[in-house]
Write a protein that binds this ligand. Structure first.
Ligand SMILES: [Zn+2]
Length: 206
């Protein structure tokens, strides 16, 4: 791509470093910003710089937060004895959006993946094990993605906390609401059979 301006070229190059943004999209965004009042670009740039400099991670659950302790961990109305283990902040947001969970979270920051060179020590596993050993937790819910890496991570953590007398559960896997059975893949269908629930539970809220 040939640019008539080095300034545009630099902006496009920076923008195209973002995931899912190619050079053409980056150019479109840059030209869009040029058409907007100058202060719009200022607000955008300032929001990004402030976000990058001031963002923190909750010291209790490792969720992204504006403060040392996140709003969820700070909330006395949440059940602090039930901990939902997730990979990252997007999972926290997804579960929060359901409005069905009143416990707290523990964000691992990824999952064990030897192929990608990610071992247990690079994840926030030890702080979770410590929490369980302190005896403040009654139940752990694994809500990791249903992949080999997710299963490996669940099992690794489970082995370390199995001696504690707490309930350890995993979110149900299976057929999505509205899915036709014949189109489900074998693994999903197989898990749906394995993790079947009493029929009464299928129409009760809890
Ligand atoms: Zn927190």
């Amino acid at each position: 791509m040939e640019f008539s301006s080095k300034l545009i070229e630099k902006a496009v190059n920076e923008m195209s470093q973002l995931p899912g943004i190619g050079k053409r999209t980056a150019l479109r965004l840059v030209l869009h910003l040029l058409k907007q009042p100058k202060e719009h670009t200022g607000f955008l740039a300032q929001a990004l710089v402030t976000m990058r400099e001031e963002i923190r991670y909750c010291t209790t659950c490792h969720n992204i937060s504006d403060f040392e302790t996140c709003e969820i961990c700070k909330n006395p109305n949440r059940n602090h004895q039930i901990v939902c283990v997730v990979e990252d902040i997007r999972d926290v947001m997804a579960i929060e959006n359901t409005g069905q969970f009143r416990g707290i979270y523990h964000v691992l920051g990824g999952k064990i993946s030897p192929i990608d060179g990610i071992g247990p020590s690079q994840l926030h596993i030890s702080t979770l094990v410590e929490k369980v050993k302190l005896g403040t937790v009654n139940e752990i819910i694994f809500a990791l993605s249903s992949t080999m890496e997710g299963d490996t991570t669940n099992f690794y953590i489970y082995k370390q906390i199995a001696t504690a007398s707490i309930v350890v559960s995993t979110i149900a896997r299976g057929i999505a609401v509205g899915d036709e059975l014949e189109y489900a893949d074998e693994v999903t269908l197989g898990r749906s059979i394995l993790h079947r629930v009493p029929f009464e539970n299928s129409f009760k809220n809890n």
